[in-house]
Design a binder for this molecule. Sequence first.
Ligand code: NZQ
Ligand code: ZN
Length: 381
Amino acid sequence: MQKFVYEYATKVYFGEGAAKEHLAAAVSAYGPHVMLAYGGGSVKKNGIYDEVKSILEGAGKEVTDFSGIMSNPTYAKVQEGAQLAKKEHIDFILAVGGGSVIDCCKIVAAQAKTDKDLWEMEMTDHQFPSEVIPMGAIVTASGTGAEMNGGAVITNEEKVIKAGMAAAAPRFAILDPAYTMSVPRMQVISGAFDTLSHAMETYFGNSDADNVSDDVALAVMRNTVVNMKRLMGNIDDIQARGNLMWDSAMAENGILKVGRVTDFQCHQMEHQLGAYTDCNHGQGLAVIHPAYYRHIAKDAEEKFARLGQEVFGVDTAEKAVEAMADFIRECGLPTKMSELRSKTEITPELLRNVADSCNIIKSNPRELSHDEIYDILMECM
Ligand code: NZQ
Ligand code: ZN
């Protein structure tokens, strides 16, 4: 194990009825002006918005809506939220949604407390926000684990970069599996594949010795695969959705990263693909993962074989990668770029740009070149 400091910043309320039971008390420590942030309207259709708003009003809060946060949230949307938060003197931000809403709110919370341009501050000056508006998250679609970490993935449309920014983690997260029951099948499976990817990308970091975090990561992967299979049999299985909700939080709350370095090269490729297209995050990962792992399997043969044995019941590195690719097909996830239903056509030229602007990870089984990334992406065509 490498040296580590681990702090668990987010209080989690898990289970059916968690908002009714805990939300009023959870927000009681904060001032009266609450920003209620959400996406394109699913929360209005499924009744979550009404339920949450009435709990907040019942707790004496004045609620300001911040709506229309899109999937793959943009930096422009962050600025809109920050201006609104300043204008309304917001004391607390409540993000109600999936990773996109939660990520957007994390950066709104930081941008509202500074006049500096947060993107420039973080990306150019490598300075990170010291003050934020406190926030909480109510998860309505699981997969990213955004509710339990301080990172946020934001698309800067002007610069054509989708990148991770740093902010503060939510003070609390409400995880009610019943709130996810209206998430469409394909989004549920895509989100769960994102969770599997987080655990795999953490596990494949180039740490020189096995450690307890690897064992925990393998357990999270196994549980994610088992529950995805359960959901494919019955998409309304609330137990399976609940297990996946906690797998999602576990995979990105930092616990799997304790004492080790991580890979996350596949995420870098997918994020940059997301900067050029509007593709769904989990689906982009499903397309790229097999091609990436075919490239690096020989550089971490033992680890791939162990993953094969413990997650898919096969015994070699090569079979592990193919078992994962078969699982992706079995789930009905996209397997090629053309199946990503991007509004922007994915051409070799676009993939060249993605490869050339992709962040290179140095702590994975083998450092890739931009040309190799291009080859990997082209194999997904
Ligand atoms: O916008 P609405 O109308 O709410 O619809 C959303 C959206 O269309 C819908 N949805 C959410 N809850 C629902 C629901 N539909 C019906 N019933 C419900 N209860 O689901 C769709 C997808 O939502 P979104 O938040 O975009 O998906 P996801 O949770 O997969 O988040 C993706 C974003 O998170 C980033 C991704 O890059 C992407 O931008 N990530 C954030 C991470 C983090 N902060 O730790 C880590 C990840 O690796 C990831 O990069
Ligand atoms: Zn992800």
